[in-house]
Design a protein around this ligand. Structure first.
Ligand SMILES: Nc1nc2c(ncn2[C@@H]2O[C@H](COP(=O)(O)OP(=O)(O)OP(=O)(O)O)[C@@H](O)[C@H]2O)c(=O)[nH]1
Length: 573
């Protein structure tokens, strides 16, 4: 059965994002924030990076337009690394511009300029004329915030030229609107320093830009823009003495704003109207309008608007000579300004803390990465060291257990291995055969042919023996010219034959090839015993048999007793 779709169910992520983007087109910032926040949560839940990027970008834009600077910056800081990673320079340029505006709101002018400069670079990198135009626009605004109106107007004029070249009405409108506002700020600055000519020129520029912007705002069909532009132009006309036209525009602006639910814009229109009335000496009218607007602003919790209204009221009361009231509004205005400054300071320090935390997190991640790398290198070093030690151990063992001249095992090798062979013999019940082999008159070999030939004889003998024993047999040089062979799994007869073959092999070897006139023979004593038998006992008995072989004339094999598994152990021959 299908689940019935609830009418209140959250729209799918894509739909939310589409609605939020539509809200952007209509300048519905508060609604846009709500939609984008929901989209952000869903995208995080679904680990959908692309949608998360879209939602965060919208949040940067909406929050910065809505004056929620901190939120805009936080969203920007979250999305910038994603955009850098994706190499999306266009989106990065856009986000950086909005962040710059938020920094300006917080009075962080240097941060704003840094962000907008990076935005220019990003816009150039992706070759997007619209973004470059927008970045120039933002540089203009940042300069205006710094009170550098001339530079500000230059950047904005540049932005306007680009917008016109692109044929973009949207960007042309933005540049014209900002040019108007900045020129009007320049007018205020000129007026305050009694620069009459400068003020007139500035307000003329503002009017020209405002008029052109109005044409575009009307064709755009965007009520917010039209109301905003009418309000701005109303102010420009009002301060330059065109009162009647100014009132018409301001009334129209206010009506349009309220008709479309833009209440704070409606209040801004009232502020402009009151300012005009004060200029005309109609203080009572101005004060009435302002008091009503003040109430409206308080209802909307629009703090900057409340502050603005107190400033207008202060000026209006002062102009009327009503100093007590003027002072009261001035004090409120002053308190709100201080509050605003404190909030900015708080926001600034929170941002600073955020940045510190981010830096610390980045630093921590980098440190973990380096530690992991260090551990990997250490593990590699330890593995190499272990391998080196093992090789060293193998080498030492070889050195300790091997005879360096012949490469056979030595006496220590016998001490190690023989007990193992005896145990095996005890376990299996097989007899064990040990042969002592001693070269005959070896002293003479050395004396007559030299020590080097003696060595060569020992090596060649070892090779002869090695070639004639089996894998499991133990073969060692016990010292001097004496060798031991322990035959594993050998019957007495087989061991005896094996010894005979060894003796014959030594006798038959081409010793003259080693040294002219050289002849070598070997005497062998063999002992075959059944377990249990001691290693020393076995070797002693083989030794005794060897002694007998020497005594018997050398170059022969003597067996210690004949081995009879059934018979009791006998002593030597
Ligand atoms: N070249 C050489 N000679 C060695 C080595 N080790 C021992 N010798 C010599 O081997 C000789 C052993 O001599 P002896 O023990 O008298 O025995 P032999 O001359 O073989 O006489 P029999 O064993 O009775 O046949 C000595 O001259 C030692 O110097 C070695 O590593 N190289």
């Amino acid at each position: 059965m299908k689940n019935p779709q609830s009418p209140y169910a959250t729209p799918p992520l894509d739909e939310l994002l589409r609605q939020a983007e539509d809200a952007a087109g209509r300048d519905e910032h508060a609604r846009g924030i709500e939609l984008a926040l929901r989209a952000e949560a869903l995208a995080r839940e679904a680990h959908d990076k692309v949608s998360l990027t879209r939602a965060l970008r919208l949040l940067v834009m909406f929050n910065s337009r809505e004056g929620l600077a901190e939120q805009a910056i936080a969203a920007g800081q979250a999305v910038l690394p994603m955009l850098r990673e994706a190499g999306d320079d266009a989106a990065r340029a856009d986000v950086l511009c909005d962040m710059a505006m938020a920094f300006l709101d917080l009075g962080l002018n240097q941060e704003a300029l840094d962000h907008v400069s990076e935005s220019v670079e990003a816009a150039r990198a992706c070759g997007d004329a619209r973004l470059l135009c927008l970045a120039y626009n933002r540089i203009g605004l940042a300069k205006a915030h710094l009170g550098r109106f001339e530079e500000a107007e230059r950047f904005l004029a540049e932005s306007l030229a680009m917008a016109r070249e692109m044929g973009s009405e949207e960007e042309t409108y933005r540049a014209l609107t900002n040019l108007g506002v900045v020129a009007s700020d320049a007018f205020d600055a000129c007026e305050s320093r009694a620069d009459v000519a400068g003020a007139r020129e500035a307000i003329d520029r503002a009017k020209r830009h405002g008029e052109e912007a109005l044409i575009l705002a009307r064709t755009s069909g965007n009520a917010y823009r039209e109301a905003l532009t009418l309000s701005n132009l109303g102010r420009y006309l009002g301060v330059s003495g065109q009162d009647k036209a100014a009132f018409v525009l301001l009334d129209r602006a206010r009506a349009l704003a309220l008709e479309h639910g833009h209440r704070s814009l409606g209040l801004a229109c009232e502020g402009n109207r009151a300012e005009l009335l004060v200029r005309l000496g109609r203080h009572d009218d101005a004060i009435a309008i302002l008091n009503e607007a003040l109430g409206g602003a308080q209802e909307l919790y629009a703090n900057s608007m409340v502050q603005d209204m107190h400033r207008h009221l202060y000026l209006a009361h002062k102009a009327r000579g009503d100093f007590a009231e003027a002072l009261a509004h001035h004090e409120r205005y002053h308190a709100l300004t201080r509050e605003q400054l404190e909030q900015r300071n708080d926001a600034q320090s929170r941002l600073m803390m955020n940045r510190l935390e981010l830096d610390q997190a980045r630093f921590g991640a980098e440190r973990s990465r380096m530690e992991a790398e260090l551990q990997r290198v250490r593990a590699e070093q330890m593995a190499a060291e272990a391998e080196r030690l093992q090789a060293q151990t193998r080498e030492l063992r070889r050195y300790v257990l091997a005879d360096p001249l012949t490469g056979l095992g030595n006496r220590r090798q016998v001490e190690r291995e023989l007990p193992r062979l005896l145990q095996h013999s005890a376990r299996t019940g097989e007899p064990i055969a040990a042969a002592m082999l001693d070269l005959d008159h070896f002293k003479r070999v050395n004396d007559q042919h030299g020590h080097a030939v003696g060595d060569a004889v020992l090596t060649a003998t070892a090779d002869l023996f090695r070639a004639r024993v089996r894998g499991g047999d133990l073969i060692a040089r016990m010292g001097g010219e004496e060798f031991l062979i322990v035959f594993a799994h050998a019957s007495a007869a087989w061991a005896r034959e094996a010894c005979e073959r060894l003796r014959q092999a030594v006798q038959d070897h081409d010793w003259a090839g080693v040294s002219p006139g050289l002849a070598v023979t070997v005497s062998i004593g063999l002992c075959v015993r059944a377990a249990p038998v001691e290693a020393t006992q076995l070797i002693e008995q083989a030794d005794a048999a060897l002694y007998e072989a020497k005594k018997g004339g050398r170059n022969r094999v003597v067996v210690a007793d004949s081995y009879d598994p059934g018979a009791p152990q006998q002593r030597l021959l």
